[in-house]
Design a protein. Structure first.
Length: 379
């Protein structure tokens, strides 16, 4: 009796379960510590996928892949240098113009009736003076952090370019080696799945390029009509800030308003701010969901939810990579759903009870039973 009631869980089973649980905890901790590396690798993958069509275009023109990758990266670096050479002088000149025109702007703002009311009610003049008195100290304290962030940004940029270069040159060989771990019977299906995921991510990148280009044209045209002399530089800057979903358009609205303020006056700056805030809403809630729905075949509501989740998890980088990751994952889930549907159809054809079957099955006849019982008399 004692032997019958003794637990059948052996010490070896307990140790096995405990060690497996410990291994899972350690793996989770490692993944959390390496989260920044995974995000960086995701960015590298998307940059490589974005540049791959251009490399293939050079290959179709007679260049081998190595030379195509080199020409593509030289062009990318040249475009980055051109944007920097255009935008940095703009920022310096606009800052100088703002400092020079600050007394005139302050005097004009103080003549407004609602400004005088706010000043009398909340003592704004004294608060502004106190803030300006402490501003140099606050800027000096934050300067090391700004320099450190800038240096880290430059290092990350160089790392992304280098790894993207390696991905374009040697990624195909690594992909073929990884397929060696897949059973031969499933390799064609895996290749098709990877091809669909590649198409989905490329579609997202094309959709993003279209949205950013449209925003750049709207920015350049709007500032040109308002009389801002730097409309080409502002349109070029949208090509960078526009990559940030939702927030990029809002930042461009502030920048355009600031530039308009320092060049053509306050009234046109308010008009520019209103116009670009409206465009930000139109782009974020209409253009971008519709374009991405066409390119990655994803529901607009799901697109908005994915963007919010990516931003909540990893900030701006998460918002930028959330949609391509979701597009690739959607293709994988679609493939799994198709296999499951084929399995259900096969079960129905075999006569087994599927999810939609409600009628019970007839029991199978045993050996020796008479199948023709219609004419057998009852006992």
């Amino acid at each position: 009796m004692n032997h019958a009631r003794r637990s059948q869980i052996s010490p070896r089973t307990v140790w096995t379960v405990g060690l497996n649980a410990l291994a899972l905890v350690l793996l989770a901790l490692v993944l959390i510590r390496l989260r920044a590396v995974f995000v960086l690798l995701a960015v590298v993958l998307f940059v490589a996928l974005a540049l791959d069509p251009l490399v293939r275009w050079f290959q179709r023109r007679g260049l081998n892949r190595g030379w195509g990758v080199l020409v593509t990266f030289l062009g990318l670096l040249g475009l980055t240098a051109l944007l920097g050479a255009t935008l940095v002088p703009l920022v310096v000149q606009q800052a100088r113009s703002l400092v020079q025109s600050a007394p005139r702007l302050v005097a004009e703002v103080r003549t407004w009736e609602w400004t005088r009311w706010l000043e009398q009610r909340f003592d704004l003049e004294r608060k502004v003076q106190d803030t300006l008195a402490h501003l140099p100290d606050e800027v000096a304290e934050s300067l090391p952090g700004v320099v450190s962030t800038t240096v880290n940004g430059v290092v990350v940029f160089i790392t992304v370019l280098t790894l993207s270069l390696f991905a374009l040159l040697f990624g195909k060989d690594l992909y073929e080696q990884a397929l060696g771990w897949v059973r031969p019977a499933r390799r064609s299906g895996v290749r098709e799945l990877v091809k669909n995921m590649h198409r989905a991510v490329s579609g997202y990148l094309v959709g993003t390029a279209f949205t950013v280009t449209l925003g750049s044209l709207v920015t350049a045209l709007g500032t040109f009509l308002l009389g801002v002399p730097y409309f080409l530089a502002l349109g070029s800057l949208y090509l960078v800030l526009g990559l940030i979903p939702y927030i990029g358009s809002f930042l461009m609205a502030l920048l355009v308003s600031f530039t308009t303020l320092t060049t053509v006056g306050l009234n046109r700056a308010l008009i520019a701010l209103g116009l670009f805030l409206v465009y930000q809403q139109v782009e974020g809630n209409l253009i971008q969901p519709l374009v991405q729905r066409h390119s990655i075949r994803m529901n607009p509501l799901l697109i908005s939810v994915v963007l919010l989740m990516g931003a909540a998890l990893m900030g701006l980088i998460g918002a930028m990579i959330a949609l391509p990751v979701a597009a690739a994952l959607q293709e994988f889930l679609r493939e799994v759903q198709e296999e499951q549907r084929e399995r259900w159809d096969s079960e129905r054809e075999d006569g087994s009870t599927g999810p939609g079957d409600t009628a019970p099955r007839e029991p199978a006849a045993r050996d020796g039973d008479t199948h023709d019982t219609a004419g057998r008399a009852p006992h």
